[in-house]
Design a binder for this molecule. Structure first.
Ligand SMILES: C[S@@+](CC[C@H](N)C(=O)[O-])C[C@H]1O[C@@H](n2cnc3c(N)ncnc32)[C@H](O)[C@@H]1O
Length: 290
């Protein structure tokens, strides 16, 4: 920009102009190609409305791979010119991982009642889209509270497509500002306040971490041998990303891992009614085998 134009617009406008980072461009064709790659792996279709989001999410990865041109980055990725782990990083980056402790609390109230009514059950629990682990540790806190940490062998398995999320879950370390949902007594009993380099963070207590496990698992693929049976399966806020066909196939697969008396929780925005599945509703977004 010539200096006289800068002077006309004044110093503030000039500073703003300088501060704005250039938005990298991604052609419609390369957006389609990278969306197809993502759909192939995750089963999730990104519509054209997600173009800007994809640009934002991939721009940093491209930079880290030493590529300032997003189109070139996608082309190198698809041509196999980047290390194979780059595809995993792209898939990780494009998934939506929003989650928090004790999200949709009615489900936790419902589950607490079940635990109290059936303490004799083994209570093997699986969350099939556990993201960064908040749902897993919310369940673990509730189960420790209602079933104890002694003789009862309850356990919680968290799985997710995203390896980055699975690693975060294993770390069990959360910014203190993101733990609002945890009831006060649970915070005192089951969480450790970080000090030193972990100041401002919170670590879930080891006794709870010992009862939890995190693995990667793609819901679009057949379940691994020996997966289940589970007394409760949490499949919340993930089905919304799939079309009816994929959603139906996923729930059918997941039901194979649900014990005959088992309970399935989905997100409150994810109705399974009208999919023709062999289930019946027990409460809002809570299902059992028909
Ligand atoms: C919005 S989070 C939901 C987290 C948690 N269940 C909750 O309700 O707060 C959705 C998660 O689903 C995962 N996901 C997306 N596609 C998946 C797939 N094909 N298989 C397994 N997990 C998947 C994402 O990586 C993400 O962590």
């Amino acid at each position: 920009m010539p200096p006289e134009v800068m002077a006309e617009r004044g110093p503030v406008a000039a500073a703003q102009t300088r501060a704005l980072p250039a938005t990298p461009a991604l052609s419609a064709r390369n957006f389609e190609r990278v969306s197809a790659l993502f759909q192939n792996v995750s089963g999730i279709r990104l519509t054209a409305a997600k173009h800007a989001l994809v640009v934002t999410r991939l721009a940093r990865l491209a930079g880290e791979a030493g590529e300032s041109d997003l189109d070139r980055y996608v082309e190198r990725l698809l041509a196999g010119a980047l290390p194979p782990a780059e595809t995993t990083r792209v898939v990780d980056r494009l998934t939506t991982n929003e989650t928090y402790f004790f999200r949709e609390p009615e489900h936790f109230r419902h589950f607490a009642e079940l635990l109290e009514r059936h303490p004799e059950r083994p209570w093997r629990v699986w969350s099939g889209a556990s993201s960064s682990g908040e749902e897993i540790y919310s369940l673990a806190m509730l189960m420790a509270d209602r079933l104890g940490q002694g003789d009862h062998r309850w356990s919680v398995l968290g799985t997710d497509l995203s390896t980055a999320m699975v690693e975060q879950g294993r770390r069990a370390l959360y910014p203190a500002g993101r733990t609002n949902g945890i009831p006060g007594p649970y915070l005192k009993r089951y969480c450790l306040k970080g000090t030193g380099e972990h100041e401002g963070r919170l670590l879930v207590a080891g006794a709870l971490r010992q009862r939890t496990r995190f693995e990667t698992l793609n819901l679009m693929q057949p379940l691994p041998a020996g997966h289940g049976p589970f007394d409760a399966i949490w499949l919340r806020n993930v089905l919304i990303y799939f079309d009816v066909e994929a959603k139906t196939a996923i729930v059918r697969r997941v039901l194979q891992a649900l014990a005959p008396h088992g309970v399935l929780y989905t997100g409150h925005a994810e109705s399974l009614v009208s999919l023709g599945l062999p289930i019946r509703g027990l409460a809002p977004a809570v299902y059992v085998h028909a």
